[in-house]
Design a protein around this ligand. Structure first.
Ligand SMILES: [Zn+2]
Ligand SMILES: [Zn+2]
Length: 98
C-alpha cells in the first residue's frame, strides 16, 4: 500500500467506526424501549497462538493485510492491520495528513 491508499483506508475505517458507535447507541435506545432489533450474527475467528510479530505475547488479532496474527501491542485495532504492515513511525507521519 502506498501512503495515499493507507490514508484513504484509515479514513474509511474511522467512518466505519463512527457508524458502529451510532449503531451501539441505537441498540441501547431500542433496548430501553423494549424494541427488539435483529441481531446480526457475528462470526469471530478464534485466534490462538503467539503473536507473529513480537513472538512474545498471545495473539488476539489477525491482520487483514498480511494475515499474520498479532497481539494488542503489535496491532492497530482500529485499522485491523498489524504494526509490521504499518509501523508506528509511519502511522505518526500519516496521522498528520488525516
Ligand atoms: Zn506482538
Ligand atoms: Zn500485517
Amino acid at each position: 500500500m502506498d501512503d495515499e491508499e493507507i490514508i484513504k483506508f484509515i479514513r474509511q475505517r474511522l467512518q466505519q467506526r463512527e457508524l458502529e458507535e451510532m449503531n451501539e447507541e441505537l441498540k441501547k435506545w431500542a433496548e430501553e424501549h423494549g424494541i427488539k432489533l435483529e441481531e446480526k450474527e457475528e462470526k469471530e475467528e478464534k485466534i490462538e497462538g503467539k503473536c507473529e510479530i513480537c513472538e512474545g505475547r498471545e495473539a488476539k488479532y489477525r491482520c487483514i493485510e498480511c494475515g499474520k496474527i498479532a497481539c494488542l501491542s503489535c496491532f492497530w485495532t482500529l485499522l485491523g492491520i498489524c504494526k509490521e504492515c504499518l509501523p508506528e513511525e509511519k502511522m505518526k507521519e500519516l496521522k498528520e495528513k488525516i
